[in-house]
Design a protein around this ligand. Sequence first.
Ligand SMILES: C[S@@+](CC[C@H](N)C(=O)[O-])C[C@H]1O[C@@H](n2cnc3c(N)ncnc32)[C@H](O)[C@@H]1O
Length: 349
Amino acid sequence: MKAIQALYEAHKIAFSPFVFQTVNCMYAFNVFEELFAVKNGLSLKEISEKTAVSLYGVTVLIEMAEMADIVKQKETGFYTLTDIGYFLARDEMTRVNFNFTNDVCYNGLFNLKEAIRDGKPAGLKVFGDWSTVYEGLSQLPEDVKKAWFEFDHYYSDNSFDDALKIIFKSNPASIFDIGGNTGKWAIASTKYNNNVQVDMFDLPGQLAVAKKNIDSITDIKDRVHYNEIDILNPSTEIKGGADVYWMSQFLDCFSENEIEMILLKIKKNAKKDATIYIMETFIDNQTFPAAAYSLVATSLYFTAIANGNSKMYSSSVFKYILDKAGFECVNEYHLHQDSFHTILEVKLK
Ligand SMILES: C[S@@+](CC[C@H](N)C(=O)[O-])C[C@H]1O[C@@H](n2cnc3c(N)ncnc32)[C@H](O)[C@@H]1O
């Protein structure tokens, strides 16, 4: 890279929040939708008229967006979306990631330095006085909660169809869903199979939401059971009896030592022939650079806001911890069709 180009790239970083907030305004004022709707572009005056934003406001936003290659000016003088602008306007994953960054992470990231120094989610204080985001999840402001759940569900929901086929290969009678959250998996699995019993394990706030979601579904509600647990509390146990343990996007919420401790907790009471399925978005299993980029950035959400000590992992790290805790990975499924997930099928050694 030539020095002049490197200087330009460095300046993009120095001014990156300006671009981010420009995009935020373009969403809020409907500029993307107006530009998307027309083929030959719009003048600044037309954008101003259509969005009811002042000509001054539209001008500063569009000038920044042009610099960032989000819009381009045609010979006619009219502005249209570039390919990058198209993805910002229309791609669901980009939208979910953008809202998560804006609503959940943006303010808290100011405390990243403190979080890294102290190993605590110092940015969480913008929302409340909790030691981890999970304690406060059900009490977050509505827009923050919406962005958090859309982010979480976007990544897990797309994988459930494939996951159900894999997990039910062995026709389990009992599944323990550890970190079951709002009950999406409990609902999907009990609807998929009419006999299976599902035990959810999670913090009380999340289980209360799950119960509310499940109690209204008559044909499954009696087959879902709720187990309140703070899995990090050394005095808590995970009872035995499950054919299958299911942990989806759960273990990445913890540090390496904590993951080992959770696995040992499962091992203590697990049946010898139980199968543990771990579904994760591993950094080293991604096909698209945008996916690996998102995951590495998500690690900093864990650092600054979620709990201060977890991250998105590579599968090699998980396999090392599994081995150390007395488990072996017997199968690995890559769900790359519309999904970024890997499922590790794990047995006791
Ligand atoms: C990222 S969500 C994953 C939810 C769901 N399994 C999915 O795939 O969408 C992590 C879940 O772990 C739960 N969790 C986090 N810390 C916990 C703890 N100390 N004890 C029990 N559950 C915990 C959270 O409440 C949350 O429901």
